[in-house]
Design a protein around this ligand. Structure first.
Ligand code: NAD
Length: 248
């Protein structure tokens, strides 16, 4: 029996990067996978095909996780299409890096809206489904910089730290109904988000990683499998770092 057999998962921002790796890992473990991204394109289309090639259902939805109404409607649509939602991965996220002295108000507001408010939107909408069925796993994508901070990323770090407080609070609110809520804090993972970093920044990050390499999206997906599956049935309100032991 596969680890996620018969489960229905919903993952936000999964066209690329870590979300895409989680979608494929869940499908390989037997879950039907609904996923979103801001728009439907070649990436979302190819992901549906790759999911279905693994013998499960896949469907892509264009939905902006930072929009309250769209998130609410999305949950209704996924429940209509898949019957229920057992696993929600709040993965969608962006960066707008700058030192505080150069950071525009719009860059602060946008990062908080996309990275943090989205998690409120999606969790609030999915809780009615999970409370009713008295089970569910919610996984929020934080970051090591949400724990340690990072110069030039005050907006991003604040959003990812806020998400940890949210995760721990929701674990306490929903635990008595067997709904678990945990966070993953990835370190330096090779995706489009980290492609923008200069060679110098990249080297300085890797120097601080005991495993001496950047992470792969699949490294994060493996922990996302654990947190979604019954292997973690007694784990809630936790943050698991996936960072090669990075000292921040
Ligand atoms: P990525 O940029 O490769 O992928 C993010 C996806 O989210 C994109 O497909 C994008 O279109 C989508 N997206 C953006 N805004 C959205 C919205 N409002 N609604 C729906 N979808 C939206 O990034 P990634 O590296 O795969 O990051 C995934 C998550 O992991 C993010 O939350 C990120 O902050 C977090 N993270 C990444 C790293 C890393 O090193 N890559 C480290 C720590 C945390």
């Amino acid at each position: 029996m596969k680890l996620l057999e018969n489960k229905k998962a919903l993952i936000t921002g999964a066209a690329r990067g870590i979300g895409r790796a989680i979608a494929l890992a869940y499908a390989a473990e037997g879950a039907d996978v609904a996923f979103t991204d801001i728009r439907l394109d070649d990436d979302t289309e190819s992901l549906v095909k790759e999911i279905e090639a693994l013998g499960v259902r896949g469907k892509a939805y264009a939905s902006d996780a930072s929009n309250f109404e769209q998130s609410d409607t999305l949950i209704d649509e996924v429940v209509k299409d898949f019957g229920t939602i057992d696993i929600l991965v709040n993965n969608a996220g962006i960066t707008r890096d700058n030192l505080l002295m150069r950071m525009a108000e719009t860059d602060w507001d946008l990062v908080i809206k996309v990275n943090l408010k989205s998690v409120f939107n999606m969790t609030k909408a999915v809780q009615r489904v999970m409370l009713k069925q008295r089970s569910g796993a919610i996984i929020n994508m934080s970051s090591v910089v949400g724990i340690a901070g990072n110069a030039g990323q005050s907006n991003y770090s604040a959003s990812k730290a806020g998400l940890i407080g949210f995760t721990k609070s929701i674990a306490q609110e929903l635990g008595s109904r067997n709904v678990r809520c945990n966070a993953i804090a990835p370190g330096f993972i090779e995706t489009a988000m980290t492609e923008k970093l200069t060679a110098e920044v990249r080297e300085s990050w890797i120097k601080n990683i005991p495993l001496r390499r950047s992470g792969k999206p699949t490294d994060v997906a493996n922990i996302a499998i654990f947190l979604a599956s019954d292997l973690s049935s007694y784990v809630t309100g936790q943050v698991i770092n996936v960072c090669g032991g990075m000292q921040m």
